[in-house]
Design a binder for this molecule. Sequence first.
Ligand code: NAP
Length: 491
Amino acid sequence: MPDEMSRPLIRGRGGPGPLEASSSEPGSPAVGILGTGDFSRSLARRLLASGYQVVVGSRNPKRSAALFPEEAEVTSQMEAANQADLLFVAVFPEHHSTLAELKPALAGKTLVDVSNGLQISRDGPSNAERLADLFPESAVVKGFNTESAWTLQAGPRDGSRQVFLCSDSRKAKSSVKHLCQRLGFVPVDMGPLSSSLEVENLPLRLFPSWRAPLACTLSLFAAFYLYNVLRDVCKPFVTARKSAFYKLPVETVNASAALRGPWVTLSLVYAPGLCSPPACSCGRGTKYRRFPGWLDGWLTRRKQLGLCSFLCAALHAVYSLALPLRKSDRALQLVNLAVKQAKDGTELWVDEDVWRMELYLSAGIMALGLLSLLAVASLPSVSGAVNWREFSFIQSSLGYCALTMATVHTLLYGWDRAFDPAQYRFYLPPTFTLALVPALAVLAGRLALAAPCAALRLRRIRRGWERSRHIRFVLPDDDDCRNGVEDVSGV
Ligand code: NAP
């Protein structure tokens, strides 16, 4: 009999969720689970809630029975293996070998291996392949390892709906697929058991597509930060023994081009587009040649780079707003300036400065607004609701608008400072000039590609024209085509 004292503890863990009402149907197929750990308990509850009968195999059924709902039968491993045709192996792979004595009872049955590795492995065999070697007469299916015990208990959510399955037995895989659907998950067929290593690596990956963009953003930030420390902190200290170290936490962080000029990162979003298939093929004369791996990788990371750029822009906005709050420094500087100007009798209102500041702020706000729009549009729920043309308009046309606004913002900030020798501390140019270089290069490249001769050639190449074959491919808006003539003869 289950220990009544411990039962409410286990129920309380899942909270009043959909699994409270277990409803196993008499006569429904019995599904076995070997092991009575966290995964097993959550899986048992979901199976019961989906109408299955559950039989759990434990080394110590008396001790473990209290952990399961009453509807689940907790028995010995051998008894469970005898009763069910489909069994989940919820035991760590290190202990799979201890199940060897169940071999005769498991012959001809389906075993679902839910195990994960400790670290990403590039070389096999996988846990599932080892289990298949251990039980050659059973059909092993790899799956459910990407679902946590918590997900099983709480029910599938959008981010964890998919269950990746692979097996060498079609029949076994199809019965697990069916079970998967009944539990509310979406099965994804990953092919034969040889894919199990890949399936086992899936939950061990930590934001694989974010590594390069984050590393790039952090490296840019670190490089520009050090550059500013050299110019704004070390220079006054070395030349005038003036301590400006207080600038390190706020002002220098904000002055780092990676933050002040998130456009550096944004330029990296649009730069590969200039040398991507259509653009490069302009020089190569074909779109059918492979591009180097690094360019492919760069192109597929543009969304992440764009979001990093948005993060930098948001941080820059907050840091800039916080600057006047630093009464000890910025506010005092302004008061000193005002007193000095009043004493000198100089005019405080300078039309040029006022206009410059207004336009500078407005361009910055516009750029941040557009970047926010791009970030929102990259959310799957939003991008899924627009068609390809709309998506490309937002990400490409509005993206270039954001880059242009940001460049204008930086140009207005710099104004004539780039020509002031005092700005070249230690002969190092101000950071905004560095931030402008990639942005201006990308905008100039885009303009060059928009020139009629380049644009026409690109359109032709996109439609399959190849220079080496000398085939003239007539575009729909060419005159000949409008007259109904399709010309593919040599030019
Ligand atoms: P756990 O809480 O440690 O449970 C493992 C169970 O294995 C034990 O309760 C034990 O049950 C059984 N077992 C059988 N032979 C054993 C032996 N020789 N030594 C020790 N235990 C033995 O582990 P878990 O978290 O449920 O994970 C089980 C499997 O599911 C693992 O392969 C894991 O990678 C996979 N998984 C877990 C999660 C999760 O969220 N927990 C998610 C995905 C995949 P008895 O004492 O009753 O026999």
